[in-house]
Write a protein that binds this ligand. Structure first.
Ligand code: ASP
Length: 439
């Protein structure tokens, strides 16, 4: 058995957390490949080392005073190193970092040092080999991740390595400069390493016991999802559920490697298992509910629209020309509605309306803003009568007006448009009918 274990920032924020991590790794011999984040927050008021590094670099590269921030970053590592009684000194590393900051090595370089240094500390503490991610994770000249070059190099490098730490979040471009993934990107590194070594499992250790059925800011203490498929997860992450970086699914998915989300502070909890497909029945008809606010709809009406070949294409090309991607497109006989992100649409609003008039000569174009989309996702919904009926009657009882309904042909995802103000009420009503009522 081979497992890749990725630990998030809060799992490695202090010496105390590092000790928990070591216990977890030592309790299972197959946990041989470790991917660390940078030290995260130790409490609500604390700062993440990554954010401190960005601030420090910005100050240094703009000629402002940066020494104090650099000292604070240093002391985060010293606290960990001393707390673990390690014989390790990072002075020369910090000296080089400072020189590179002053030479304007870039914000990505700056941010990546959090993971780099934490990787050195973790390797020293665990007695694992250290491989700098810059040597094995590659980006092309446009800054896009180069999956194939990375996979080849990693496979080769890890062939004869027993136990290794590879820092998360960054890699290098062909010119040797450092490039990071987007924030939270250590999850992606873990997934890439899991693919390269053909892992049996990718364990992603964080500070929650798995994916929750819905947002805990809306439902107090929601249930944990035991098993979820990649596809369900993709929908839920896209619609706002955030435990795992949404791009972290792709490398392991290619190999059918399951991901297990686990809690460093409660290692006895099983967490959430993310799999390609499963015979395990979901506990409830639905697997999860997620959603986002901040959409607007563009409602287009034209008599005899249904008979006009190419109408939809012409309308969509107006959005394409303005670089706006659309989310949903419900249509009627003589009406068509496009849902877009309000923030993306606002600055192009008038030119899009004018463009639609020119392209299809509609009778009317109306806008409605401040809308939210709620996604109800679940493989158990498929071929199951009455799910939509239950959702809609729950919303009717909660006095939520439904603006839009969209069920893809896959039948495991229903998207509902409501007013922003009804967003929380809608999620509560759906959670109650499917989870609370089924307990
Ligand atoms: N440290 C980086 C961040 O704060 C990357 C990560 O933690 O995955 O976004």
């Amino acid at each position: 058995m081979k497992k890749v274990v990725k630990f998030g920032g809060s799992s490695l924020a202090s010496a105390k957390q590092f000790k928990k991590v070591a216990d977890i790794i030592k309790s299972d011999k197959s946990r041989r490949y470790m991917v660390p984040s940078a030290p995260g927050k130790r409490n609500d008021k604390d700062e993440k080392v990554t954010d401190m590094l960005y601030a420090c670099y910005d100050a240094a590269s703009e000629g402002r005073s940066y020494k104090k921030i650099l000292e604070n970053i240093k002391s985060r590592y010293t606290e960990i190193i001393d707390g673990l009684n390690l014989n390790l000194n990072l002075d020369h590393e910090f000296q080089r970092i400072e020189e590179n900051f002053l030479a304007k090595a870039g914000r990505d370089y700056a941010a990546s040092r959090g993971e780099y240094l934490n990787g050195i500390v973790a390797a020293n503490y665990l007695g694992f080999e250290f491989i700098d991610a810059a040597e094995v994770i590659f980006f092309d000249e446009h800054g896009n991740f180069d999956a194939e070059a990375t996979n080849c190099e990693l496979e080769e490098r890890l062939k004869n390595v027993e136990r290794v730490v590879i820092p998360g979040f960054y890699g290098s471009k062909q010119d040797g400069s450092i490039k990071t993934f987007s924030r939270g990107g250590s999850d992606i590194t873990g997934s890439i390493v899991a693919r390269a070594i053909h892992a049996d499992m990718y364990e992603n250790w964080t500070d929650v016991s798995g994916f929750l059925v819905t947002d805990p800011r809306i439902i107090h203490d929601p249930e944990v999802i035991e098993t979820i498929t990649y596809k369900e997860l993709r929908e839920l992450s896209y619609m706002g559920a955030s435990v795992l970086h949404e791009d972290a699914i792709f490398p392991v998915r290619r190999e059918g490697i399951p991901i297990n989300i686990r809690n460093t502070n409660r290692p006895e909890d099983k967490g959430t298992l993310i799999v390609e497909s499963t015979c395990r029945k979901p506990r409830h008809t639905i697997t999860g509910i997620a959603g986002k606010k901040g959409f607007c709809s563009i409602n287009i009406e034209k008599a005899m629209m249904n008979a006009e070949v190419g109408f939809g294409r012409k309308v969509l090309s107006v959005f394409e020309q303005s670089g706006i991607s659309f989310e949903h497109m419900p249509s009627g006989i003589d009406t068509m509605t496009i849902y877009v992100h309000q923030s993306e649409f606002e600055e192009h609003e008038q030119s899009v309306i004018a463009g639609i008039h020119r392209a299809v000569e509609p009778d009317t174009v109306e806008l409605e803003s401040d809308l939210a989309l709620v996604a109800v996702v679940g493989r158990g919904m498929r071929s199951n009568r009455g799910t939509a009926g239950r959702i809609f009657s729950a919303l009717a009882h909660a006095r939520v007006n439904i603006k839009m309904i969209d069920q893809g042909s896959s039948e495991w995802n229903i998207i509902i448009g409501v007013k922003n103000d009804d967003f929380e009420t809608a999620i509560k009503a759906i959670y109650d009918i499917f989870v609370t009522a089924e307990l």
